[in-house]
Design a protein around this ligand. Structure first.
Ligand SMILES: [Mn+2]
Length: 194
């Protein structure tokens, strides 16, 4: 069974995260930031993962550090859980609608970090529980840089922060589920390495 547990501590945050790609799903999520918990539970449910997250952060300063560092821990766990990548589906895309909002996420578990997401181009208004779509960028940067994947995120419609951020997590979850499946036998690369 592919899974990994990481623990990461800085002067700003402490995160312990367990990710399981196969087998049982669910797990307790408690970061101290309710909207982030709500998003991680979307990832867990719609990605059909085991995802346990326990975290503390300097929320008296801002939500920024905690959101970013949970993304980093998720990337670290993903990279470790994927192992050598033999048989990996590797590519996936997923749309997620939420009423008026529509988001597209396209992934390549390539071994090369690249994030294609421009929050300044997204006409989002407001925030959700202290979290906005610029914080989403920090989460995704952490995930991409440490999970070593290519991630494109597009907003096709919608403006309301809660729907936009949540639909983004749902699209990410669905794409991550599919990209992490074992569907073949060899390494899915002509280069011979991911
Ligand atoms: Mn919601």
């Amino acid at each position: 069974m592919r899974e990994a547990t990481v623990e990461r501590a800085t002067a700003e945050t402490w995160v312990r995260l367990r990710l399981g790609l196969d087998g049982p799903t669910g797990g307790k999520v408690a970061t101290g930031l309710p909207f982030l918990d709500h998003m991680l539970l979307q990832l867990q449910r719609h990605g059909r993962f085991l995802l346990e997250v326990e975290a503390r952060g300097d929320l008296e300063v801002d939500v920024h550090h905690l959101v970013e560092d949970v993304g980093i821990a998720l990337g670290m766990a993903l990279k470790e859980a994927l192992g050598d990548g033999v048989g990996l589906e590797r590519y996936a895309e997923a749309f997620a609608p939420m009423d008026e909002t529509l988001v597209l996420c396209v992934l390549d578990l390539s071994g090369r970090p690249h994030l294609e997401y421009r929050p300044e181009a997204w006409p989002v208004v407001g925030e959700a529980g202290g979290v906005n779509h610029y914080h989403l960028r920090e989460f995704l940067r952490g995930l991409v840089n440490h999970g070593r994947l290519t991630l494109h995120l597009r907003l096709l419609s919608g403006r309301e922060a809660h729907h936009v951020v949540e639909a983004s997590f749902k699209a990410l979850a669905r794409a991550l589920h599919r990209a992490t499946r074992i569907t073949g036998e060899g390494l899915p690369s002509t280069k011979g390495v991911l």
